[in-house]
Write a protein that binds this ligand. Structure first.
Ligand code: MG
Length: 103
């Protein structure tokens, strides 16, 4: 099954609703975690650590996933529909840079 941004947000919301409901609106926590993960991504890129044979630990692939995870979590704390926002932002970019949207 293909994962959409909406489905990922929904999945994370349900997961935290069960395991850590007190953190569902903790934007600051997830923002700090996002910054930590961006630092880890920086290191993985600097070392050019790529995933091989699905061994994701310490790789660019892992850290990109972590950055996505906390981006989605921050969006959830504000009840932001990130998929909708991505489309709206691409519409702005299309006007600004003169390209077509192919979503
Ligand atoms: Mg990480």
């Amino acid at each position: 099954m293909s994962l959409t941004i909406n489905r990922m947000q929904e999945y994370l919301y349900e997961k935290y609703k069960i395991s850590k409901p007190e953190d569902l609106k903790n934007t600051q926590r997830y923002f700090y975690k996002l910054i930590e993960e961006v630092g880890e991504l920086s290191e993985a890129i600097r070392k050019n650590n790529r995933m091989e044979d699905n061994n994701i630990k310490g790789t660019i692939e892992e850290e990109l996933s972590d950055v996505l995870y906390y981006t989605l979590m921050i969006a959830n704390t504000y009840d932001i529909d990130l998929e909708k926002c991505f489309r709206l932002k691409e519409e702005l970019n299309a006007k600004r840079y003169g390209h077509k949207i192919r979503l």
